[in-house]
Design a protein around this ligand. Structure first.
Ligand SMILES: O=C(O)CCC(=O)C(=O)O
Length: 250
């Protein structure tokens, strides 16, 4: 699967694409089973937002990050040389009505120069309005990076409780409803967030962030960790991110 020139244009104008099919139902079930096993091993608390960069040690996460259909879409938007910058699960459990993701732009605290990155969000579970799917403000990536402060609501799942300072008009938001096995893709400057899970179902997704190799980490990111960045496709003549080796334990 790649995307059409109309979809590329839509992405340029609106900053996102959604409902892109990566896996059919049975392939998505295999991924869900792999995540369920990881969840049993790590515990639910860790799964909420603690699973960062696990493409280095879990084969199924690396395979998700480097899925050929996903990379074809990323290549159409970003060019042929693609680095997996990081992977991060966002898992909201049933009726966790205090957990949400505040409006933010991804690259704000990523310390990248230039701040060029994209994120594919892979739905491990069906993701809809009731269980707190991602929401985006179309076209907001064209405003540049806006000032962020701290959220005054408790339960923000973001690493340093960041939130865009200015009021964001919820009325402009589009819900990215996905079936398990589909992805959405959002621009690193797009305003997005998500509401709490009011359902009896889990809502788990894997955010996979990509950048081209000319991008350089110049400041600490919000987690104060180096990026577990690995070349997924093409060439990296720059080696800005060091030399990460995959070490699968499972
Ligand atoms: O999973 C969510 O609700 C938010 C994810 C997110 O902020 C991201 O992928 O950048």
């Amino acid at each position: 699967m790649s995307i059409t020139s109309e979809q590329v244009k839509f992405f340029e104008d609106h900053g996102y694409l959604t409902r892109l099919d990566v896996h059919d139902t049975s392939e998505a079930a295999v991924v869900r089973e792999a995540f369920d096993k990881l969840e049993l091993w790590e515990g639910r608390d860790e799964c909420i937002i603690g699973l960062h960069g696990r493409h280095i040690d879990r084969r199924f996460i690396w395979e998700l990050a480097t899925n050929a259909k996903t990379l074809d879409c990323i290549a159409a938007l970003m060019g042929p040389d693609i680095i997996v910058l990081s992977t991060h699960f966002f898992c909201k459990y049933p009726q966790t009505t205090d957990k949400f993701v505040a409006w933010h732009q991804d690259v704000t605290y990523w310390g990248l120069e230039p701040p060029d990155a994209l994120t594919a969000w892979y739905a491990v579970d069906d993701s809809d309005v009731e269980n707190g799917c991602m929401r985006v403000i179309p076209g907001s990536h064209r405003q540049g990076i806006l000032p962020h402060g701290k959220s005054d609501r408790s339960g923000n799942l973001l690493s340093i409780n960041q939130e865009i300072e200015a009021d964001v008009d919820d009325g402009q938001a589009v819900d990215l409803v996905l079936k398990a096995g589909q992805i959405s893709i959002h621009h690193g400057h797009l305003i997005h967030g998500s509401n709490p899970n009011h359902s009896e179902r889990r809502r788990c997704g894997l955010a996979i962030s990509y950048c081209p190799p000319h991008v350089k980490p110049v400041r600490a990111n919000s987690l104060d960790r180096v990026w577990p960045a690995v070349l997924a496709r093409g060439q990296d003549p720059f080696h800005h991110f060091g030399d990460w080796k995959l070490k699968f334990t499972n």
